[in-house]
Structure formats: structure tokens, C-alpha cells
Write a protein that binds this ligand. Structure first.
Ligand code: DGI
Ligand code: FE
Ligand code: FE
Ligand code: FE
Length: 188
């Protein structure tokens, strides 16, 4: 599918707010790719597609996971917030016909991150956090950091997500804190 048709489909399946967010992530990801030497076209496409599974129900997500024999751990399978990345990466290939491993992994890991993140994974993870329609506390500081130092900005985004999860007594998935610690080691 070409990007125009993908955008048309996203417009149908996502809320207006989520569609705007996806457009913002695409623009921010392209700008970050230009700045940090990643493939800007892949970044732009991944930005558009990254939340394509976000508004499915948990049981629709499970059907897609089962159909494609994706093996995921119990906690991820229980959480729409964590499952929409892996399911989105399947739909990226099967529904939109984009079989690019860089784009698929950037979508797969966009919520949790992981250790040894690729450049494109970092860019989508960060663009998701800083795109123009986001307004959580501290986002401006991370936007400024993103202009200077990609790894520092990714670490800050992890820190802020993890602090927020801790304040809510939420479960922190292993890839989230392993990914965060990995950025600490990369920085010093
Ligand atoms: O899909 P978006 O809203 O654009 O953003 P996202 O894919 O980064 O999802 C964010 C949600 O995922 C947010 O509510 C925090 C949650 N999240 C991220 N890491 C973890 C997590 N939730 C839990 N319980 N554990 C995690 O490790
Ligand atoms: Fe998401
Ligand atoms: Fe995110
Ligand atoms: Fe998002």
C-alpha cells in the first residue's frame, strides 16, 4: 500500500486525536532522522504507522497475535498499552505491505524500548514522546534535549515514563527498565 492509502486507512480506524498524534510522530521522526543520520523516509512511514493497532480491542489483538504465532510474554499479552506495538508491527507487514525490518522493529518496540536499540527504534520512541501535540509535564525539556543529544533525550523519556508508572504503582515491564539502564551505560 502506498502512504496515501495508509493515511486514508488510519483516518478511518483511528480517532481524530490519535490520527493527529500519528502525523506529529511522522514529522518529528523525520526531523530526528535528518538530524541524526537515519533513513528519513523509513522514520516518516514508521511514525505514521506506529499506533495503527492502538484502538483495537484486546481480543482483536489476541486474534492477530495467534494468527501469526507471535510469542509474547504473559504480561504483554494482558496489556493493551504494551501489546499495540507488537500487533502494529504485524499489521505493518500484513495489512499495509511494508516488510522492512527496521520499520517493523521500530513499531514493535515503540512503547517499551529494549536494550541495544537501533537508531530508528530510538527515533520513533522519542518522536512518540515529543511530537507537537504531546503536552505532559517536562516534555519541553526533552524536546530541547532532542535537539542536542539523542541518547540523553531517550534516557529522559524513559525516566519520565518510569517515574509516572512508579507514581501509579504500575508494573514496570522488563524491557522498559532494561532499555532505560542500557541508555545510562551508553551515556557514561
Ligand atoms: O501509544 P501512545 O499513547 O502514543 O504511547 P506509547 O505507545 O508509548 O504507550 C504509552 C503507554 O504505555 C503509557 O500509558 C505508559 C505505558 N507503558 C510504557 N512502558 C510501560 C507501560 N506500562 C506499563 N504498565 N509498564 C511499562 O513498562
Ligand atoms: Fe503507542
Ligand atoms: Fe511512547
Ligand atoms: Fe504513539
Amino acid at each position: 500500500m502506498d502512504l496515501i492509502d495508509i493515511q486514508k486507512d488510519l483516518k478511518k480506524i483511528l480517532s481524530a486525536k490519535r490520527y493527529r498524534h500519528s502525523a506529529g510522530v511522522a514529522d518529528s521522526a523525520r526531523a530526528l532522522a535528518d538530524k541524526y543520520g537515519a533513513n528519513a523516509e523509513k522514520a516518516y512511514i514508521a511514525g505514521w504507522v506506529h499506533d495503527c493497532a492502538k484502538e483495537l480491542s484486546l481480543s482483536e489483538m489476541h486474534d492477530i497475535v495467534n494468527e501469526h504465532s507471535l510469542r509474547l510474554d504473559k504480561y504483554v499479552l494482558s496489556s493493551k498499552a504494551l501489546l499495540h506495538g507488537p500487533v502494529g508491527s504485524i499489521l505493518c507487514e500484513t495489512k499495509y505491505g511494508i516488510d522492512d525490518k527496521d520499520i517493523k522493529s521500530a513499531i514493535f518496540y515503540h512503547t517499551t524500548g529494549r536494550t541495544n536499540m537501533t537508531l530508528l527504534e530510538k527515533i520513533i520512541f522519542l518522536a512518540d514522546y515529543i511530537e507537537p501535540s504531546r503536552d505532559f509535564p517536562g516534555v519541553d525539556t526533552i524536546r530541547k534535549l532532542a535537539e542536542k543529544d539523542l541518547n540523553q533525550a531517550v534516557l529522559s523519556a524513559y525516566n519520565s515514563t518510569i517515574k509516572h508508572l512508579i507514581d501509579q504503582d504500575a508494573y514496570i515491564y522488563d524491557l522498559t527498565f532494561l532499555g532505560r539502564n542500557d541508555m545510562v551505560l551508553l551515556i557514561d
